[in-house]
Write a protein that binds this ligand. Structure first.
Ligand SMILES: Nc1ncnc2c1ncn2[C@@H]1O[C@H](COP(=O)(O)OP(=O)(O)OP(=O)(O)O)[C@@H](O)[C@H]1O
Ligand SMILES: [Zn+2]
Length: 619
């Protein structure tokens, strides 16, 4: 019996197409391992896998393509090798790289019939979303958090894109709460992880997403004090490896800084004043305590135990930093340590420091186990959720490949609901989306000759009829607007505009502005007697809808998904207005052009093996 007998039976005419398809899977982690297994067993002809990471011990409980002996090896390569054994007829290609690398350009994205996202962060998801829109390739987006999962088919011009709706913003705290007035254990944990640890062992300029700077201007004086405090702490780094490092750090953060805070009387009118700790006093009390107490991770440690773990982990970390500094060559950047919940040294330090700070501020201490969960933002990843989500990805992919967009769904997996799997009709694009509510085109430019002026004058004003009020932007910032014309004579390369990057033209016409124009840069040497900047085809740019809701701003998130409540439509966040189009889209049939994915439309999937009867895939 052929290995593809059942796939043929259940997929019918789709099967030969699947067999010929070249597809891409981005991310080979929790969802990715399950998904790759499904894709290989389904019989997709050529599968490319991209993942930038290496395998960690903590991945093994659910990322079943990986084993103990694979730790530290590339996820993409090992996933390929393990999955290849399931079906030797499939061509698998692994890329141990970041999907944002320039080698993965629009042309490369265009070479796939379908793309699957199995990622864990917003930034990479947004990038793939944008590239798929530019390449006009369908994307199956997915994500899981604990028991919740979500699958979203995205087809340019037909459905919402990943950025059409706002994403949940992760918890962040005002700087002053973390640095001056903590009141909960999490404030002390964030302080230990994102401030103290980073100042001592990391790159102190690093911007941490856990800090909310929106209230900085109200507390300008205290922010300046805190800046000086950080600088002083940073200079203690010079004592790395010395015997009195623990005393120096301890005195600085648990005595001097606390005494400074205590002296700000206004701060404590409505709050409990903190109490500084004395190194010698605490040290005396801790004389009989052994560093092995760090292994007791289920109970909250005493002051003496926290002190002992603090000193011991500081010594371990400073030795590590010094060893890597000694090994690194002079001409490369100084090595740093990064907090990792699975790295005992970093976790011990953060746990003990956070608890000592809690003691100073009269806040409840936490066990190392609890701190690990809180510091690592851990929502346990559940293998079953990943497996079900990955299977839903493939089911949705079949519908997209068949052109059945009215049957394709946004699917939610949730534990609390009456039904474990709920679905929602795919919504049309949000006309105000900054990513897909735009006109897209390639912009061909000759890198040796093309200047910004060529784009502004020849293309935008002359060919496309733009008025004077518009701006040209890229990821870095604004290149041109009516008040910024210094760049006009510059070549694109001098402006840092690279091949395969994007420019966005925003029409600021007061009466009837055009939708944003997104231009993907294609560099090409053009004949000297032709224009140095060209559009590949004539563009007819639509005007912004007048009654459309206000533009959405997408907050920064970790990309985790929010599932819908029982039997209801997808949750909208408070700040997200309901799009007029969403209301119109009551199961309206959206016809999928076969062009978008390179397949023809058909309706039923019927097995062609008449001996064994037909199997119709349930919609
Ligand atoms: N820009 C990117 N390019 C390529 N791969 C990426 C990129 N960003 C994230 N990934 C990969 O996506 C995968 C997501 O998988 P998953 O959510 O299971 O995360 P994990 O790191 O394996 O697990 P955990 O975070 O729970 O320890 C990871 O393997 C990660 O390396
Ligand atoms: Zn969109």
């Amino acid at each position: 019996m052929g290995r593809d007998r059942f796939a043929k039976q259940s997929l019918g005419y789709l099967y030969p197409r699947i067999k010929q398809s070249r597809i891409l899977m981005v991310g080979a982690g929790g969802i990715g391992c399950e998904l790759l297994k499904n894709l290989v067993l389904t019989g997709f002809g050529e599968i490319h896998i991209v993942d930038l990471d290496t395998i960690d011990l903590s991945n093994l409980n659910r990322q079943f393509l990986f084993r103990q002996e694979h730790i530290k090896k590339s996820k993409a390569l090992v996933a390929k090798e393990s999955a290849a054994k399931f079906n030797p007829h499939i061509k698998l290609e692994a890329h141990h790289a970041n999907i944002k690398d320039p080698q993965f350009n629009i042309e490369w994205f265009q070479s796939f019939a379908l793309i699957f996202n199995a990622l864990d962060n917003l930034d990479a998801r947004r990038h793939v979303n944008k590239m798929c829109l530019a390449a006009d390739v369908a994307l199956i987006e997915s994500g899981t958090t604990g028991f919740n999962g979500q699958v979203q088919p995205i087809i340019k011009g037909k459905t919402e894109c990943y950025d059409c709706s706002t994403k949940e913003v992760p918890k962040s705290f005002p700087v002053c709460t973390i640095r001056s007035t903590p009141s909960q254990p999490i404030h002390c944990i964030v302080w230990a992880k994102s401030y103290l640890f980073t100042e001592l062992f990391g790159t102190s300029e690093e911007e941490t997403p856990e800090f909310d700077h929106s209230e900085d201007s109200e507390n300008a004086k205290e922010i300046e004090n805190l800046r000086q405090e950080s600088q002083a702490l940073n200079s203690i780094r010079q004592s790395m490896g010395s015997d009195d490092l623990a005393r120096k750090v301890f005195d600085k953060v648990f005595k001097d800084d606390i005494n400074r805070l205590r002296s700000m009387e206004d701060m404590w009118k409505t709050r409990k004043q903190p109490n500084a700790l004395d190194f010698d006093g605490v040290s005396k009390g801790a004389s009989g305590t052994k560093p092995s107490v760090a292994q007791h991770d289920q109970k909250a440690w005493t002051v003496a135990e926290n002190f002992t773990v603090f000193c011991d982990s500081l010594r371990r970390l400073s030795t590590r930093l010094q060893t890597s500094q000694a090994r690194s060559e002079a001409d490369i950047a100084a090595p740093v340590l990064i907090f990792d919940k699975d790295d005992e040294d970093t976790l011990d330090f953060v746990a003990a420091s956070a608890n000592l700070r809690s003691i100073v501020f009269g806040i409840e201490s936490k066990s190392k186990f609890d701190i690990k969960q809180m510091a690592g933002n851990i929502i346990p990843a559940i293998a079953t959720t990943n497996a079900i989500t990955a299977s839903l990805c493939v089911m949705q992919a079949f519908k997209v490949m068949r052109g059945d967009l009215d049957k394709a769904k946004m699917v939610f997996l949730e534990r609390s609901a009456a039904r474990v799997i709920n679905s929602d009709t795919l919504k049309p694009p949000n006309p105000n989306c900054n990513v897909c509510g735009v006109m897209s085109s390639t912009l061909i430019l000759d890198p040796d000759r093309a200047t910004l002026k060529d784009l502004v004058e020849d293309i935008l004003k002359t060919q496309l009829g733009y008025g004077d009020e518009f701006s040209i932007n890229n990821e870095v910032g604004t290149l041109y607007d009516p008040d910024l014309d210094d760049n006009l004579s510059k070549k694109f390369s001098d402006l840092g505009v690279k091949a395969d990057s994007f420019l966005t033209v925003i029409d600021d016409d007061e009466d009837d502005p055009r939708v944003n124009l997104s231009l993907a840069i294609l560099e090409k040497t053009l004949p000297a007697d032709t224009k140095a900047v060209q559009l590949p085809k004539k563009l007819d740019i639509a005007r912004k809808p007048k009654d459309a809701p206000a533009p959405l701003t997408n907050g920064d998130t970790n990309g985790h998904v929010t599932a819908s409540p029982v039997g209801t439509k997808r949750k909208r966040s408070l700040e997200e207005p309901e799009s007029g189009l969403q209301q119109n889209n009551k199961r309206g049939k959206i016809h999928m052009p076969s062009k978008a994915i390179g397949f023809q439309d058909d309706d039923l999937v019927i097995a062609d093996d008449s001996n064994d009867g037909a199997i119709v895939i349930d919609d």
